[in-house]
Ligand binder design. Sequence first.
Ligand code: B12
Ligand code: SF4
Ligand code: SF4
Length: 310
Amino acid sequence: MRPTALDSHHPDESLRAIIAEQLRTNPLNRLTRLDGRPIFEHSLVGVADGDDPLFAEYKTIIGAFHLTPREVLARELAASPGAADASLDTIRVIGWILPIAEATRAGNRAQREVPTIAWAHTRTYGERFNDALRRHVVAVLRAAGYAAVAPAIEPYFRILSEGPAQPPASVWSERHVMYAAGLGSFGLSDGLITPRGMAMRCGSVVTNLPLAVTPRTCTSHTADCLYLAEGTCAACAARCPAGAITREGGHDKAKCQAYSYGRLRPLVATYGLEGEPGAAVGCGLCQTGVPCEAGIPAQGRRSAGAQATP
Ligand code: B12
Ligand code: SF4
Ligand code: SF4
C-alpha cells in the first residue's frame, strides 16, 4: 500500500516513507517540458527540536524578524478556530534536502557563465514540487490530528532587503532550519553543504508531532567547507562568473543577485519560463563542479545525523 497516511505507531519511518513516495510518484518532480527526468533524486530528512536555543539565536544571527518554530505554531493555532487548545508541549521542525538530479548537475558542471535550461527549470519547477511537498506533509500531519505549518508558503513569508546595507534575508531561512536539524553546514559560497551535497533545494514543516530529534554532529556552522575549515579549495570562488565569492569576503549577495536579475534575466524568456509563476533564473555555478557538489568533501570528519529516505 502506498504510504499516504501517517502511521502513528511509527511516525518517524512513516514520514520519511511519505516524503520518498512523493519524490517517486508526484509528476511535479519531473522536468516534463524537457526530457521528463526526475528533478530531485532521493531525499534526506532531519528533525530539529523547535525549542532548540539556536532558533532564538537566529534572531541575532539573522535578524529580529526571523521567526521561531514556537512563534510559527502559536500563530497558526491562533488563526485556526478549534485548534487553539492543541498542545505546544513538544515542537518539532521537519527538514528535507532534495538533491538535484545527477544529469542536471553534470550539465551545469560544464557551464562557465550561465546555467543550463535544465538547471533553470529545476529552480522554477523544482520549487513548485517543493511547495507541493510542503503542502502534502502539512495535510498528512493535520489529517493525523497534529498541528502543522510550512512557514515558507504562508502569506506572512517575506524576504526583507534594504539595499547593500541590509542584504536579502527571509523571515524563515530554510538553510538555518536545516543546520538546526543536523542536515548540513555553511560553505564559503554561503551554500549549505549536506551529506548529499550542496546542489540541492530544501524545505521544512513545523509540527507538534513528537518526532525523534536528529543529532547535530558538526563542530561549527562552517565545519564541512574545505576553505573555512582548513584554508584550501575555494573552487566556488573560481567558478562564480559574477565575482561574487572571494576568499576574504565570502559571498556578496548583492553581486550575486545583480547577476541573476541582470545578465541572467533574458534567460527567463530564452528558456521558456516567461509568465510562469515564481519563474527565476539563478546560475548556481558555485554549487556544481566543486568538491562539495554531491557530498561532504572531507568525508569522515563527521557522520551525518540525518537519515536518508528509502
Ligand atoms: C534570499 C535568497 C537568495 C538571495 C540571497 C542568498 C543568501 N545567502 O541569503 C540570492 C538572490 C542572492 C539567492 C541566490 C541563490 N539561491 Co537563494 N534563497 C534565498 C531565500 C529565499 C532566503 C535566504 C535567507 O533568508 N537567508 C538568510 C541569510 C541570513 O542567510 P545567510 O546570509 O546565507 O546566512 C549566513 C549567516 O547566517 C552565517 N552565520 C553567521 N553566524 C552563524 C552562526 C550559526 C550557528 C549559523 C547556523 C549560521 C551563522 O551563516 C550563513 C552563511 O554565511 C532562500 C529560501 C529560504 N526561505 O530560506 C533561498 C535559498 C537559500 N536559495 C537557494 C539557492 C539554490 C540559490 C541559488 C543557487 C540560485 C539557483 N537556483 O541557482 C543562488 C546561490 C547563492 C549562494 N551562493 O548562496 C537554496 C539553497 C541551496 C543551498 N545549497 O544552499 C534556498 C534555501 C532555496 C530552497 N528552498 O532550497 N538566494
Ligand atoms: S567549493 Fe570548496 S570552498 Fe567553496 S563551499 Fe565548497 S568546499 Fe567550501
Ligand atoms: S549563484 Fe552564480 S552568481 Fe551567485 S554566487 Fe553562485 S556562482 Fe556566483
